[in-house]
Design a protein around this ligand. Structure first.
Ligand SMILES: [Zn+2]
Ligand SMILES: [Zn+2]
Length: 345
């Protein structure tokens, strides 16, 4: 099988500096597929790399990719040429005791796409194990397909919180993750959802996207200790929104310390508080992402295919891969909600 000649890739070359480079396409092994990548979402962890000056080598960025299978290895029986797939970003070694036991999702040597030192998927072609691809139906647009990974994380968090009807939910942070959790909560029939952010425009967007209410907490007075402030504000919100004893579930999706405190203060006794903020160091991300494995990705795809979740309003910009530098500057400026890169353009 001949490999494609051009494989343009978006490569980190220095702090806030990416470059389009040609990279070789990895040969297709017996159990591999070659995926022509069509779209890739960029997110906070890509941007963390982008801004860093400590990446160990010229790394191909990106990990939220979907595309079309172009070649299948001779031993692959359950994937076909032309199939649309999402690519799972974690690569198990297939050699350690966990992999050999049939649990590659707990692999001891997991490498994560786009995470130093493993090259990512912001390129035209990716060769990976067939089992690392999840089929996606035609109904899902390529732009939406580029958001399946973060949606899967929201599904995973929703599952961990046991989200369901008759529940009330508070989400701290109206960034992409908070909005995706909102979308999943709506799909699960959660009764009441209140969202918080320090930026009015983000809160307004959340309300337009389906939150029952959106609130901008007042700035904390210097003299007031943050926990006391959080407590006071939470009590006021709970009262004003008729939540009697507090929310059943709160999700901290901002990474700010004050929000973590607020998430606890808004909670009713026996409620569930989920810490989802990605303000944590990037090293905690792979383990966190690890939980969003195949089944969860399938559930995310299912929600999209059944129209239970509409990601289109969240996708505020698309860029061709050749303009990846502009895409990353836009992500850095944080004015967009979700940016998708079209890898073949
Ligand atoms: Zn991501
Ligand atoms: Zn392993």
């Amino acid at each position: 099988m001949t490999l494609p000649e051009s494989n343009r890739a978006c490569v980190w070359v220095g702090a806030r500096k990416v470059e389009v480079q040609q990279r070789p396409v990895k040969p297709v092994g017996a159990n591999d597929v070659l995926v022509k990548i069509i779209s890739t979402g960029i997110c906070g962890s890509d941007c963390h790399n982008y801004e860093s000056d400590k990446v160990s080598r010229q790394l191909v960025l990106g990990h939220e990719s979907s595309g079309i299978i172009e070649q299948v290895g001779p031993s692959v029986t359950d994937r076909t040429v032309g199939q649309r797939v999402a690519v799972e970003p974690g690569f198990a070694c297939m050699d350690c005791e966990f992999c050999l036991r049939g649990n590659p999702n707990t692999c001891a040597n997991l490498r994560y796409c786009g995470m130093d030192p493993t090259d990512g998927t912001l390129c035209q072609y990716v060769t990976c194990r067939a089992s690392m691809t999840v089929p996606i139906p035609d109904r899902i647009s390529w732009e939406e397909a580029g958001s399946i990974q973060p949606l899967a994380i929201a599904v995973q968090l929703g599952r961990r919180a046991n989200l369901g009807a008759h529940q009330s939910l508070a989400i701290l942070g109206c960034g992409p993750l908070g909005l995706l959790i909102l979308a999943v909560a709506r799909a699960y029939g959660v009764k009441k959802i209140v969202m918080f952010d320090v930026e009015q425009s983000r809160v307004d967007f959340a309300v337009k996207y389906g939150a029952d209410a959106g609130l901008v907490p007042p700035a904390r007075e210097q003299s007031k200790e943050s926990l006391a402030f959080a407590q006071e504000y939470a009590t006021k919100v709970i009262k004003e929104h008729g939540m009697s004893n507090g929310f059943d579930v709160t999700v901290e999706a901002s990474g700010a310390e004050i929000c973590a405190q607020m998430a606890l203060c808004l909670l009713k006794n026996g409620g569930t508080c989920i810490q989802a903020g990605l303000g944590k160091p990037l090293t905690s991300v792979p383990l966190f992402m690890l939980t969003a494995r195949e089944l969860t990705i399938k559930d995310a795809i299912d929600l999209l295919a059944r129209g239970k979740v509409d990601l289109k309003p969240l996708i505020t910009s698309t860029f061709p891969l050749t303009k990846c530098a502009e895409a990353f500057e836009a992500q850095h400026a944080r004015k967009d909600i979700k940016i998708i890169i079209m890898n073949q353009e």
